[in-house]
Design a protein around this ligand. Structure first.
Ligand code: FES
Length: 153
């Protein structure tokens, strides 16, 4: 057997191999599976086996989570594609553009937070000297709860 066959996309992996290669705990793999983010099949001995494509899904989950993207948003994207299959280039393009859209939203929010934390954030406390300028009489409170300047999309 050639070495390349061992790392081919159709190879089925044990949960231990997935854990070792992806760098996440077995309990995290179970958790992702219970949330429907990844899927396994069972072999004849009723043991879990994962398609090697699961490594890419886990890498994306880890990277997305590290940027604060919620699992439910990742799930929504993953769910549009057939589980345990190699995706086509078009599918990866669709996949990545949806993830990029979520990242763009997060980046916008992070920039707003970075730029506004030192001034009035529209939370209703009216504690800063510039609050009367940005949120006179807590007028922003009428648009909803929370820090209106930070939380508006
Ligand atoms: S910082 Fe709270 S209302 Fe301005």
């Amino acid at each position: 057997m050639s070495k390349n066959k061992d790392i081919g996309c159709n190879r089925m992996l044990t949960i231990g191999e997935v854990s070792k290669r992806s760098g996440i705990a077995i309990s995290a793999i179970h958790f992702y599976e219970s949330k429907g983010l990844i899927r396994s099949s069972r072999n004849q001995g009723n043991q879990r086996r994962f398609s090697s494509i699961v490594l890419r899904y886990i890498a994306i989950i880890k990277a997305a989570q590290s940027t604060g993207i919620q699992l439910k948003d990742i799930h929504k994207i993953f769910n549009q594609f057939p589980p345990n299959n190699k995706l086509t280039s078009e599918q990866w393009l669709m996949f990545s553009s949806q993830l990029q859209h979520i990242l763009d939203q997060r980046i916008k929010k992070l920039i707003r937070m970075r730029d506004n934390l030192g001034s009035c954030i529209g939370c209703g406390c009216l504690s800063l000297t510039d609050c009367p300028l940005h949120n006179p009489n807590d007028i922003l409170g009428k648009t909803g709860a929370g820090a209106r300047i930070l939380e508006d999309d």
